[in-house]
Design a protein around this ligand. Sequence first.
Ligand SMILES: Nc1ncnc2c1ncn2[C@@H]1O[C@H](COP(=O)(O)OP(=O)(O)OP(=O)(O)O)[C@@H](O)[C@H]1O
Ligand SMILES: [Mg+2]
Length: 290
Amino acid sequence: MQQVNGFRVVITGKGGVGKTTLTSCLARLLGQRGVKVLAADEDPQMNLPYALGMPPRQAAAIVPLSQNPDYIEEKTGARPGKSFGALFRLNPVVDDVVERFGVHVDDNLDLLVMGTVVQAAAGCLCSENVLLDSVLNYLALREEEAILLDTQAGVEHFGRALAKGFSQCLVVSDLSFNALAVARHAAELARELGIARIHLVVNRYRDEVRDKLQRFAEATGTNTDRLFDVIHTLPGESRFEDLEPDVTRILGQESAYVAALEGLADDMLAFERQRQDPSAADLKQEGSEG
Ligand SMILES: Nc1ncnc2c1ncn2[C@@H]1O[C@H](COP(=O)(O)OP(=O)(O)OP(=O)(O)O)[C@@H](O)[C@H]1O
Ligand SMILES: [Mg+2]
């Protein structure tokens, strides 16, 4: 396989639509294809370690960066909660963060649990936020890995440094009006931030995807073709219920979900190859119709 340099993907969408399931399966799948992956968890609920199959005791012991006052103080000079009025470093150097806090999952996969600051006010300038923003900026500089950032529900986190260096956004949704409305908002923000390829990933689809999307587009005046560069569909996978929390075990099995995920991974990698080397083969325009 033609190698692809590091790239960064943010996974977003309404609560419960399948972001963490997708992130974990995609992380393993890319790893199996020889891509070095760093999966980053920005959700305060920290589901990703479990979804990646980490033993529950080990997963429960992970302390997210946002709740590591010693590291935050070491780097920013201010202890969380005590930073009001204090002087702290706005651009701390955090190039040791993966080495110190990354968890080795397998040969091609590491995990970094970041956590999210509970926002007192949007863009609050407290030492936790400064630290997490610096970590995101630092991740954007790592050349060797594909970084998959699983996020909490909603789109609030897009306001910060998060999108810097992120070339792709997977907007996960089901076909409900509410989920599509969140997806639309997320895609608009991702566009504004200059993320180059925005995927709509319709998860657990049941029937006519195009019809439902069209109905949503007409009702809301949305141009889905302009909003999303590509639309993928992932079928419902009843075995997830039995496999939970380690849903990545589905990769060893015959599954329409996995087959569709392969198509999504193909698309992402083809895009990156072309972005990194525009003289490379033309990008496939169609998404995977699982
Ligand atoms: N394609 C699918 N088929 C069947 N079940 C699925 C599918 N995708 C996800 N699920 C199930 O849906 C539930 C929610 O999935 P998941 O935790 O990945 O969503 P999420 O978007 O990360 O949620 P949250 O917003 O709470 O972080 C889980 O029980 C998961 O196993
Ligand atoms: Mg999740």
